[in-house]
Structures are given as structure tokens and as C-alpha cells.
Design a binder for this molecule. Structure first.
Ligand code: C2E
Ligand code: CA
Ligand code: CA
Length: 619
């Protein structure tokens, strides 16, 4: 049941209109009474009407004064209906009094007011269908009886007319009711999925917060956002996208309705929000929220058949617990939103519960994002170089690694700021800066006699897909490097889980390959890429991820993985680099498996340009 489908707010406004009408027209009776009789009855009646109206005013104020829960609003509405019925009945009392007198003018007045109040009741009470019927009937019935009692031919006709008028009033009031319900439904529901919309959800949430304030009970809120939904919309069209959204909505709704686990709304786009019923303890609330979110993730992931398409989609969920009664509804949605984004950042298809730690984490991320802009300008970002050695343990190359020593944040880890730079797009600017600095080093070293066979630079996928990347690289190398040095460049790219356009990637890689630059597949074995994907890319080197190297001694499975990677590399005639080598045992094992190049703390940690020069030249 939708929150304001009972028109609480609407009725609250109608009270004022009625009070003005009643209090304003009531004195008319005192005037008539003064003209035709002693006006004592009228005065008494008006005082009684004022008392009833005072009650109405109290009800009006009550609605504004405190935020009520749904149940309280229901009780308030019940009282309001009694007030309205009594207030309208006051006019019937005057009707009976006046029509029992012998003065004809008073009869006219009584008839006219009774007709008037019936019309008012039919319009003002339209949103409360049953009350409107009851009030109109109890106003029109005395009038009909009055005409019947006159017992003349003309009065029968008038009685008939009054019945017809009553019917017309009820009919139009019913039409108004239907219209109100329909427009209210539209303004609270999503046209596509028929779920409640954002407005619906916020009101439901407001209600839950009002309950929480008094009862100390807890609710959880889930924000569900589909992963890469845009790709479906863009590639298969909005029709299919819409149908998929409806299917997802149905699945969620069905699941949520079992045991009344939650209520679902669509906030917009591919974002859905769910609100749980109340729980006694925060712990219980968390456990149920967590397990229900897991259920949702599983259900959403099952395949969909839409037309001739078999589709798969996953979702990311943020959970927030309603545990702060002073907080606004929108803040809770915001918290769930923050948690949801964190779930997306952690690889999607998962859930994160909002808490202070998440908030701090996000705060730091925002700070990093903000400061990253200035970090490049103020040269806080600099480069380190980690030696790569051949089987004879000679330094034959290096990997360039970015470092950030921030004035206000201290040392920021590269995997942190690079990931943020990728998300925000600053990686384009940052990547350009890193490339230029690396090229300068390569040239400087060459001039100083620091000779290397290869010089590896990490390139993020976002850079690879950037429209001017190839031109930028060529322009930069033309500025700083001669042909002999370009041949030493190796660009390390990582497997990307995102189904981006592989053709663009291959095209860009081929252009750079023709130019003399080689490619290395970094962190191999940790991503999602398939062998066929690997074969399509013009790469010349595979890097065994350090997570496998670290477990050489302890895990047979990881040793098998290394063997498999080396096999693949040999079959595809790729050079093999092992990174993260930390002890002699690892070196020996890798050497035996015919690994070509070694990189790791066992030999050298990443170091400054000067230290690298000393190392190479000093020896
Ligand atoms: P990566 O490309 O896998 O870089 C190797 C990481 O392993 C480096 O961490 C390096 O310091 C670390 N490492 C090297 N030897 C050992 C070892 O023996 N044991 C252990 N435990 N670790 C070792 P770092 O410098 O913190 O970089 C982390 C990641 O940040 C890099 O992973 C890379 O993905 C990214 N990154 C760093 N610099 C750049 C850059 O200039 N551009 C881009 N796009 N990404 C970069
Ligand atoms: Ca790397
Ligand atoms: Ca790596």
C-alpha cells in the first residue's frame, strides 16, 4: 500500500478550506435568526459549530507538528473523518430546525444551504470515497424526505429531482476520486516496472525513520545498481534494455515479497532501492540485510531470455542501516550509494555495508582525487625504477613505477592513486607525464652510459583506449628519443575484465608495434582474459604475477599455474618475466622452469634514478 494513497496530505489541506467556509458562512444563520426569530438557537448552534471547528483546527495542527508513522496517520485520518462527518451534520441539524418552523423563508434558506453543503461535501470529500458517499447521502436524504412529506404532486417531482441531484453528485465525486487515485498512482510509480518511484521510496523511508525515532527498531536499505547496464542499452537497444529492467525488477520483487523481506522501488535508470521491515537489534538487521543482498545478487545473475537474446547481468549493492533517527531520508540513500560505488570499485558483483570505515575510505579517496590534480603540477609525483635481471643475474632492464609523496597525505601507494586516476580520467594527464619523465630518463641514461635492453612502462587500459594515445606517444618519443631507444620500450598492460572494444585496442597496439614498441601482459593469470584474447593481441612478453611467485614454496596449485603460464608463453614465443621474486628458492625454481627475466626484492627494490645509475655504473 502506497504511503499517501489515502491522501493524508491532501485532506490536511482541505481542512482549512472547510474551516473557512464553515466559520465564514455560519454567521449568516445568526443574521437570518435575528431577522425572523429570536436568534438564540442560531447563536447556540454557531457556538457548537465553532467548538467542532476548533477540534478540526487541532487536527490540522497535529498533522504538521510531528512526523507521524503510517499507523499514526491512519488513526489521525480516522479522527479527521469523524470531525468532517459531524461538521457537515451540523448543517442538517439547522435544516431540521428551520423546516420544522412555519416561516416559509426559513424553509427556502434551509433547502438552499442543504443543497450547498451537499455540493461542498461531494467536492471537498471526494478523496475519501466512503465518507463522501455517507455525507452526501445523509445531507440529501432529509431534503428528499422533506419534499415527500409535503405530499403534493410538485413536491414528489422535487423529491425525484433531489434524488437525481444526489446521484449526480455521487457520480462526479466518484469520478474525481478515480482521477485522484490515478494521478496519485502515476506520481508515485515508475511507468516501466510499475514499482514505486523515488518519491514513493523517500516517503516510505521517512515513515521508517519516524518509527525508528520512537521504537528504537532498525531497518536496512539496499541500493542495487546493475553492472554495465549501459552496454546492453547501447549495443542491443533501449527496447531490450527496458525489458531486461522489467525482468530484473520482477525477480527482485518476487524475492522481496517472500516473507515480506523488503519493499522495492526504482530510483531511476538501473538503480533500485529496497527497504526492510523493522528489526529489534542492529545485529539482526545487519545479518538479514547481508543475507538478503546475497540472495538478490544470485537471483539477478541468473540468465535472462529476452527475444532471441540470452543475457547475463550482475549487480552491485550498497547497504545502509537506519540507525540514526536524526538523519534525513536522503542521507541514508546517499550512504547506500557510497557503499554501492565502493562495491563497484572492488570489482562489481558484490555488496558493501556502509560504516564509518567505508566513509573514511571514501573520504580519503575523494581527497586523493582532489589533490591528484595538483600533484602533477607541483611535481609531487616522481618515478622509481626496479631492475630486471637475466638468468645470469645481470641487470638488463627496468620497470618504471610511479611514486607520490604528497605534502598533506604523505606517501600514497601507486595502486591506490592509479586506480583513482583511472576512474576519474586523470590517468590521461598523469600517464602523459609519466611517459615524458620516463623517456627523459631513458635518454639521460643512454647519454651517461647506462645501457639497458628494455625499459618497461606501465600503461593503463584507459590510456590505451584514449583517442590520441598513439599520436601522443609518437610525439613524445620524437621529442626525446632516437630510433635505437624506441626499440627498448616495453609497454606493460593488464588484462581488463571490461568488455571494451578489443578492435580499438588491437589497432592501437599494432600502430605502436610498427613504431617499434613492444607489449607485455602484466599480472598474467589474475584477470579474466582468455587464451584467444591473448592470441589476438600483439604482445611479446608475459609477466607472471607476484601472487603466484609468492606461493612457489607453499602451494602446488600455484606452481602448476606458473608452469602453465610458462608453457603458454613458450608456445606463443613470448618472453617470460617473473615479478615479486623474494628469495633464492623462487629464483631457482623459476630458472629451472626456463623463466627468462627476474624482478623482485630479492635482487633490488624499486629505486631512484640516481641510485639506479650508481648501481649500473658503479659496478
Ligand atoms: P605492477 O605493475 O604489478 O608493479 C609491480 C609491483 O610489485 C610494484 O608495486 C613493485 O614495487 C612491487 N614489487 C616489486 N618487487 C616485489 C617483491 O619482490 N615483492 C613484493 N611484494 N612486491 C614487489 P608498486 O610500485 O606499489 O605498484 C603497484 C601497482 O601500481 C603496479 O603494479 C601498477 O599496476 C601500478 N603502477 C605503478 N606505477 C604505475 C605507472 O606509472 N602507471 C600505471 N598505469 N600504473 C602504475
Ligand atoms: Ca607492471
Ligand atoms: Ca605486475
Amino acid at each position: 500500500m502506497i504511503n499517501d494513497m489515502k491522501f493524508y496530505g491532501f485532506m490536511h489541506k482541505q481542512i482549512l478550506i472547510l474551516l473557512i467556509l464553515f466559520i465564514g458562512t455560519g454567521p449568516g444563520y445568526i443574521y437570518i435568526g435575528w431577522l425572523y426569530s429570536s436568534f438564540h438557537i442560531e447563536l447556540l448552534w454557531y457556538i457548537a459549530l465553532l467548538c467542532v471547528c476548533a477540534w478540526g483546527y487541532v487536527l490540522h495542527k497535529q498533522y504538521l507538528r510531528k512526523k507521524m508513522s503510517l499507523a499514526e496517520k491512519d488513526r489521525w485520518l480516522a479522527r479527521l473523518k469523524i470531525f468532517l462527518y459531524i461538521a457537515f451534520s451540523m448543517w442538517s441539524v439547522m435544516f431540521v430546525i428551520y423546516t420544522s418552523k412555519d416561516i416559509l423563508e426559513l424553509h427556502y434558506i434551509a433547502i438552499a444551504t442543504q443543497l450547498g453543503s451537499s455540493v461542498v461535501a461531494a467536492t471537498v470529500l471526494a478523496s475519501q470515497r466512503r465518507l463522501a458517499i455517507l455525507t452526501v447521502v445523509s445531507l440529501m436524504l432529509p431534503l428528499t424526505f422533506y419534499f415527500l412529506i409535503i405530499n403534493e404532486y410538485y413536491s414528489y417531482l422535487l423529491a425525484f429531482f433531489s434524488v437525481v441531484l444526489a446521484w449526480v453528485l455521487l457520480h462526479s465525486s466518484n469520478n474525481t476520486f478515480n482521477y485522484l487515485v490515478k494521478s496519485r498512482y502515476q506520481s508515485y510509480h515508475d511507468y516501466l516496472t510499475k514499482l514505486g518511484n523515488r518519491r514513493y521510496f523517500i516517503e516510505m523511508l521517512d515513515d521508517a525513520i519516524a518509527i525508528q525515532r520512537r521504537t528504537q527498531k532498525y531497518h536496512y536499505l539496499l541500493l542495487v545498481d546493475l553492472d554495465h547496464f549501459k552496454i546492453i542499452n547501447d549495443t542491443l537497444g533501449h527496447d531490450i534494455g527496458d525489458k531486461l529492467l522489467c525482468e530484473v525488477a520482477n525477480r527482485m520483487k518476487n524475492l522481496a515479497e517472500v516473507n515480506n523481506k523488503a519493499k522495492v522501488s526504482r530510483l531511476g535508470g538501473d538503480e533500485f532501492c529496497l527497504l526492510s521491515p523493522e528489526y529489534d537489534s542492529i545485529q539482526e538487521c545487519l545479518e538479514y540485510g547481508n543475507s538478503f543482498a546475497q540472495e538478490l545478487l544470485e537471483a539477478i545473475k541468473e540468465s535472462y531470455v529476452i527475444g532471441e537474446h540470452h543475457l547475463y547481468i550482475s549487480a552491485s549493492i550498497g547497504i545502509s542501516i537506519l540507525d540514526k533517527p536524526d538523519m534525513q531520508a536522503n542521507r541514508f540513500i546517499k550512504e547506500a550509494d557510497i557503499a554501492m560505488y565502493e562495491a563497484k570499485n572492488q570489482g562489481r558483483d558484490g555488496l558493501i555495508i556502509f560504516n564509518d570505515k567505508v566513509a573514511q575510505h571514501i573520504q580519503r579517496k575523494l581527497e586523493i582525487e582532489r589533490l591528484l590534480h595538483f600533484a602533477i603540477e607541483s611535481k609531487e609525483i616522481y618515478l622509481h625504477y626496479q631492475p630486471q635481471l637475466n638468468i645470469k643475474e645481470e641487470i638488463i632492464g627496468c620497470e618504471v613505477l610511479a611514486r607520490w609523496e604528497s605534502l598533506s597525505l604523505g606517501n600514497v601507494r601507486p595502486d591506490h592513486f592509479i586506480a583513482i586516476a583511472e576512474q576519474t580520467g586523470i590517468i590521461i594527464e598523469l600517464g602523459h607525464y609519466i611517459l615524458e619523465e620516463s623517456f627523459k630518463t631513458l635518454k639521460e641514461w643512454d647519454q651517461k652510459g647506462v645501457k639497458l635492453e628494455h625499459f618497461s612502462i606501465n600503461i593503463s587500459m584507459r590510456q590505451m583506449f584514449h583517442s590520441s594515445f598513439v599520436e601522443d606517444v609518437i610525439a613524445l618519443s620524437e621529442k626525446h628519443l632516437e630510433a635505437g631507444l624506441i626499440k627498448k620500450l616495453v609497454f606493460e598492460i593488464t588484462e581488463s575484465s571490461v568488455a571494451e572494444d578489443i578492435h580499438i585496442l588491437i589497432m592501437n597496439m599494432n600502430k605502436l608495434k610498427e613504431y617499434g614498441i613492444r607489449f607485455s601482459m602484466d599480472d598474467f593469470g589474475t584477470g579474466y582474459s582468455s587464451l584467444s584474447y591473448l592470441r589476438q593481441l600483439p604482445i611479446s612478453e608475459l609477466k607472471i604475477d607476484k601472487s603466484f611467485v609468492a606461493k612457489i614454496a607453499s602451494s602446488k596449485q600455484d606452481r602448476t599455474m606458473i608452469k602453465t603460464i610458462i608453457n603458454i608463453a613458450q608456445n606463443l614465443e613470448l618472453r617470460i618475466v617473473a615479478e615479486g621474486v623474494e628469495d633464492r628458492l623462487e629464483v631457482d625454481y623459476l630458472a629451472e622452469e626456463e623463466c627468462d627475466i627476474f624482478q623482485g626484492y630479492f635482487f633490488y627494490k624499486p629505486m631512484s634514478k640516481e641510485s639506479f645509475e650508481l648501481l649500473k655504473l658503479g659496478a
